[in-house]
Design a protein. Sequence first.
Length: 373
Amino acid sequence: MGDDTPSLFAPAGSGQMHGRFEPARLTQARVFRSITKSDLAGQVGVSAAAIGQYEAGVNAPRHDVLELLAKVLEVRPSFFSIGRPLVRIDAVNAHFRSLRSARVSDRQKALATATLVWELTFALERHVKLPAADLPVVRPGTSPAEAAALLRRHWSLPDGPVKHLVATAESRGIVVAVRPLGEIDAVDAFSALLVDRPIIVTTPRRTENVFKHRFSIAHEIGHLLLHPGPGEHGVTIEKEADEFAAAFLTPAASMDAVLPQRLDLAALDRLGRTWGVSPHSLVRRMVERGRTTESSARRAYQRLTMVNNPHADPSSAYPGEVPTLLKKAAELAGNHGAGIPALAEALRISPGQVRDILGEADQRPVLRLVGSE
């Protein structure tokens, strides 16, 4: 990918109006840090109305204010410059998987995270050829089960369990990232399509259990296929994504051949470890396939809740569920002269922030002056 930026990335007219300042960059950095306009204004010594005017493109901050904004938001002053690829937060359509209803601010922060992940991906693609996004077009009205079968055929997956789902998705051009709970606390997982690059972001709340993690990834792939348009949200949409995930991970025909004839939790546990799904989901499949009743399923769920340890899952048996695409791309770029410092320069952030987006722990020693403690 060359240095000529497509017109799709051109900043809004307000950015051009005020020289080198891009208003959307201020919004992105502020939202990512979970700082309100009022709090930011107090820390840099201007009014909340002034911050609003900066973000709306009505006025541009003075040089000294820009320096303070960069310091508070932990970016370089040049982060706010126009001319780099940018996806505006308010233009991103995303689907969210949450344990509870996420506030608008939580969703906005999640979207800011997604835009930074996309920007890092774009920066890496200047040096490394990533797999092209490879998702089939699903016609409107296609059922979740039909879409799941279509994707299996499109990806040439054999009958049986989907081995290493995350690795498979990454090989098909889907960027998967795991972000810490403190960053997007109320959001379990979400997906977005940013400039033809599908991105899935999940949290430790899902990844701590490999079965939940795999189901969430399949759920988000379902959204990418079934609900690509803006404004598609709600209980029905989430149910369709769940149906897609179940059909993709445990196809009906395969389940008919392997599910026990009666509820046997020990047998379902063994089967779940083979297919990479939880016993809970297999109980639900038994209901759907007419192998048991809803009342029996409710009793099974209760028994599973009593005996199940959500942290005692065979994660070591699923090494392909840890995202590696961006890390491997960064390593390859580094081997050819475009290491972390170069990526940080391209993104106008610190090397530590690049490592954070890549999911790498900063292993550098912390040095202090003698007598500073």
